[in-house]
Structures are given as C-alpha cells and as structure tokens.
Design a protein around this ligand. Structure first.
Ligand SMILES: Cc1cc2nc3c(=O)[nH]c(=O)nc-3n(C[C@H](O)[C@H](O)[C@H](O)COP(=O)(O)O)c2cc1C
Length: 161
C-alpha cells in the first residue's frame, strides 16, 4: 500500500509526529501542506495530521481536505490530531472535516501536543508563552508526544488491506 502522511504545523509538533509515524510505516511519504501539494490519486492510504488552533484544524490542511473530499473518500484514510484537548478532540474533528469523512476514517487519534515559543510567531508566540508558563506551573511537560500511540496507530494502518 502506498501511503502519504499529510500534515500542517505552526510550531513543529505535527511535523515531529508525522516523521515518527513514517518511521513506523512501510512505503510512506510525508508532505508538509504549507509547502507541498501531494496528488492523493497516487496513494492508497492517506493520513492527515494537524493541530487545533482556537478549536479549528489548521487552515491549510482543512482547505486541502475540503478541496479533495471525493478523492479522499475513494481511498483509505485516517487522522491524527495534536492539541491540548484530550477529551473533545474527536468531536472537534467531526466539526472540522464533516460527519461523512469523520465516520469513514480507518483511525482517529490524539498523538500529543507541543508548545514552542521559539518556533512560533506573532499572536501564536504570545499564547505559546502563556501555555508554557501554565504547563510549567502545573509540572506538566512542554512537549508530550505519545510514542506508544504512534506505534499502535502504525500497526493498525499496516493491517489495512
Ligand atoms: C494560539 C494557540 C491556540 C491554541 N488553541 C487550541 C485549541 O483550541 N484547542 C487545543 O486543544 N489546543 C490548542 N492549542 C494547543 C496546540 O494545538 C498544541 O500546542 C499543538 O500541539 C501545536 O501543534 P503544532 O506544533 O504542530 O503547531 C493552541 C495553541 C496556541 C499557541
């Protein structure tokens, strides 16, 4: 199965996750949607990954998914998200990609979060500083990527026929 991982990131977390997922998959390519536009027709399985900002899946990824709805539905696909919210991430995804795409996904996972003041700009940088402060105060890590979930997701995707 030819696989594509298509991600969007502001502060690097989804890129790190996408590359870790790729390392656990066979025959997979990774695309940063801000600089590359993959032709989904070339792939049997597509994994979309992005962060939520103010409850919205990153804009470029959302638009790419919207523009490719039919092509996506004609193949196997899955989603991963990266965000602070671990309870409502599926509901948020449903709102962002639509019920039909949500229901047809092979897998949907939260794979972690990350805050990077250094890699962020403007308003995002300001909020990142506040988030970093809050996380530190609560003795929580600034970045948390769930390696076990990544491996588990890769295993599930590899089993798709
Ligand atoms: C400005 C800003 C807004 C955010 N909004 C949300 C949000 O609405 N829900 C949430 O769960 N996480 C939110 N987060 C946390 C990010 O989704 C999280 O840090 C994510 O891992 C960033 O991924 P990235 O490094 O790939 O951009 C926000 C972070 C920032 C800086």
């Amino acid at each position: 199965m030819r696989k594509a991982i298509v991600y969007a990131t502001k502060s690097g977390t989804c890129q790190d996750i996408a590359l870790m997922l790729k390392d656990n998959l066979t025959n997979a390519e990774v695309f940063d949607i801000s600089t590359e536009t993959p032709n989904l027709a070339n792939y049997d399985l597509v994994v979309f990954g992005g962060a939520y900002y103010a409850g919205m899946l990153m804009g470029k990824l959302r638009k790419f998914i919207k523009a490719n709805r039919d092509l996506i539905k004609q193949r196997k696909y899955a989603f991963f998200v990266s965000c602070m919210e671990t309870k409502n991430y599926k509901e948020l995804l449903k709102k962002n990609v639509g019920e039909d795409l949500f229901e047809g996904a092979e897998d949907i996972r939260w794979l972690g979060y990350g805050v990077s003041v250094e890699k962020s700009k403007g308003f995002t940088k300001l909020v990142s500083k506040l988030l970093k402060y809050a996380l530190t105060k609560e003795n929580k890590p600034i970045t948390l990527i769930d390696d076990n979930q990544i491996k588990d997701m890769a295993k599930k995707l590899e089993e798709i026929k």
